[in-house]
Design a binder for this molecule. Sequence first.
Ligand code: URA
Length: 245
Amino acid sequence: MNKDTIEKAYTNTFGLAFSELVFSRVRRPVTVRQRTIRGRKTERTVKYTTLDKLDAVVQQCTGCALSKTRTKVVFGKGAKKPEIVFVGEAPGEQEDLQGFPFVGRAGKLLDKWLAVMGLTLNEVYIMNTLKCRPPDNRDPLPEEKKACRPWFDAQIALLKPKVLCALGRHGFGNLVPFEEGMSFGQFRLKKHAYNGVPVVATYHPSFLLRSPGMMDKVYEDLRFLLEICGRPVPPSLQSPDIKIE
Ligand code: URA
């Protein structure tokens, strides 16, 4: 039997696309526990085998009140098997309108960081710990963070990155316990962990837009990030000179 015949037979028998079937054999499904807020308190457990399936379900999420004020759910963008996942906190105005993370001014700066690291969206993935924009970019509430966490965990479990790069004190604080009064700087250039995945920290690109003098520290963090990944530091990251616009 050739591949097409096998594919058709599997599709007819199981009602699944062949690629899904093969994929589900090589990647263990991840389980998400969902709690509904609309009157019912039931929890249901759903298994996801692909990022696209998870995305489709997250698009319909009503797990917290942000679902009433959002324009679009912002799932993530980039490679499906990335080495590095960059993690911000929550979508801003442009992200909410367009449905993709880091597409505003801070996102343009993050693109430049990737370029000096010699990376593209074919090798990395970009996402937030929260999928929906808090109104007026206020800080997310604890119940909003809690409701979104199962999606975040499922996404990371499917992406299986080598390392997470947390952006800013909030993005980082959502992954690694971070007590009030602690300085963010003390967590830089160290390897932390979230659910067994190495985590490194750097400043948020929005912070750099306000404090461009901190860019040398970011370059240091990006070199450390590449080291953790086992990648060489390219000449473009030896003494970069990124212009902030
Ligand atoms: N800031 C974030 O943390 N995430 C975005 O997607 C955009 C800005």
